[in-house]
Design a protein around this ligand. Structure first.
Ligand SMILES: C[S@@+](CC[C@H](N)C(=O)[O-])C[C@H]1O[C@@H](n2cnc3c(N)ncnc32)[C@H](O)[C@@H]1O
Length: 387
């Protein structure tokens, strides 16, 4: 029996999975949240062996599948999260079909008017960036290789240098994973982050490694940080893995880049790793990150919902599901947040307005690469000479 379309679709969805339908083999619903036109539904699949995840279809009226986990991730993590976006045609939901390698259809009935919220409400990142130890484990595997790349980048643009003669800056440095390796190799480093948890973790690790004297770490925002850094003192500033896209507007980006210009030495270089958008041509994507340290294993599934262009838009939604496994059991941390989007034209325009001149587009090891839209690349800049 299918439900009558209801003006409150979250209620319908709750009921689909919370009621009799679950007894016929459906997964356990662990959360539903609605944020504007978007609905996120989350299941726990850990007690089942689903051989694959073939289809997830919202049809009938009112909803479109915005993104979903790939089969591998669902299978691996025993945990799935889906997003639905309301279509403009109708605010109601007709039929929801889930197919876990079998043509099961669970009907909807209406009972509970108060859905259980998940943490997918607005732009919060405390689930992800509030767990510095887990974040650091997750990103551990690539860090050494990336820092080798930063040294190559420094050599390419600044010439061969004794590390002890260089000062590097990382805005939004998180756990300081790059900076502490650089500091161990003799570079003097400056890093800041708006998360106090990240900065205390970063400081503690520097101390453990005996390199605190080479590190200036502080809690600060990408806008306004320059007050705490000596003017014209930085040889290399770097901002990788789309972190700069946390800045929510052109105004914030221009203010941040003005700060970077103020602290760079005259010949200094800033490198920014950014994924450019291709509006209207991108599909929802997913990344899986894994890391292990000691007996703690961390897996993160990240779903990206592409941004649209236009005033008040330009926000790629990111849904992060992090699972930590350790001797004391499992812990889940979920987040949803937006990253400001740029296509190549928008990126060139804003960086030029900020007084930066692009000197190369490179990969993580400093080799020239073609710019792709969509695509990730590291853009290297120097300040344009003042007119
Ligand atoms: C993806 S993490 C990157 C951390 C680090 N750069 C790395 O690559 O490991 C993004 C970091 O940006 C920080 N952040 C976000 N917006 C910020 C802002 N406006 N000012 C300073 N830090 C910010 C977060 O707290 C988080 O630590």
């Amino acid at each position: 029996m299918l439900a009558t379309p209801d003006p409150s679709p979250v209620v319908c969805l709750t009921d689909v999975f919370d009621g009799a339908a679950l007894q016929s083999g459906g997964p356990v619903l662990t959360g539903i949240a609605r944020d504007g036109d978007s609905v996120t539904i989350q299941f726990d699949l850990s007690d089942r062996t689903w051989s694959s995840f073939s289809t997830f279809v919202a049809s009938g009226a009112g909803y479109d599948l915005a993104w979903r986990c790939r089969p591998a991730s669902v299978y691996h993590l025993g945990y799935a999260c889906f997003g639905l976006r309301a279509l403009p045609v109708s605010p109601t939901l007709g039929t929801l079909r889930l197919n876990f390698n079998s043509p099961s259809v669970w009907p909807m009935t209406k009972t509970d008017p108060s859905p259980t919220p998940t943490s997918h409400e607005g732009d919060r990142t405390d689930g992800l960036y509030g767990q510095p130890d887990l974040y650091d484990i997750l990103h551990g595997p690539d860090t050494e290789w990336e820092v080798r790349g930063l040294f190559r980048i420094a050599r390419r643009f600044l010439g061969p240098r004794d590390p002890a003669t260089m000062r590097w800056l990382e805005p939004a440095c998180g756990t300081g994973r790059y900076l502490r390796i650089a500091a161990m190799r003799g570079v003097r480093v400056v890093g800041f982050d708006r998360s106090p948890e990240m900065i205390s973790y970063a400081k503690a690790r520097m101390k453990d490694l005996g390199v605190s004297r080479r590190a200036n770490l502080f809690v600060g925002d990408m806008v306004g940080f320059e007050e705490h850094v000596k003017p014209a003192s930085i040889d290399l500033a770097f901002n990788l893995i789309n972190t700069i896209r946390h800045l929510p507007s052109d105004r914030a980006m221009l203010a941040h880049l003005a700060g970077i210009r103020a602290v760079l030495k005259p010949n200094g270089v800033v490198v920014v790793g950014i994924s450019l958008s291709a509006y209207g041509k991108e599909e929802a994507q997913e990344d899986i990150w894994r890391g292990k340290r000691g007996r703690i294993e961390v897996t993160q599934i990240v779903n990206y919902e592409p941004a649209e262009d236009g005033p008040g838009k330009r926000k790629e939604m990111v849904y992060s599901h992090m699972l930590a496994r350790g001797p004391k059991g499992d812990a889940h941390f979920d987040d949803a947040y937006g990253l400001r989007s740029y296509d190549l034209r928008q990126w060139r325009e804003i960086t030029s307005r900020a007084g930066l001149e692009c000197i190369a587009v490179i990969d993580e090891q400093g080799q020239d690469i073609e710019i792709r839209e969509p695509g990730y690349a590291i853009h290297a800049f120097r300040a344009k000479p003042s007119p």
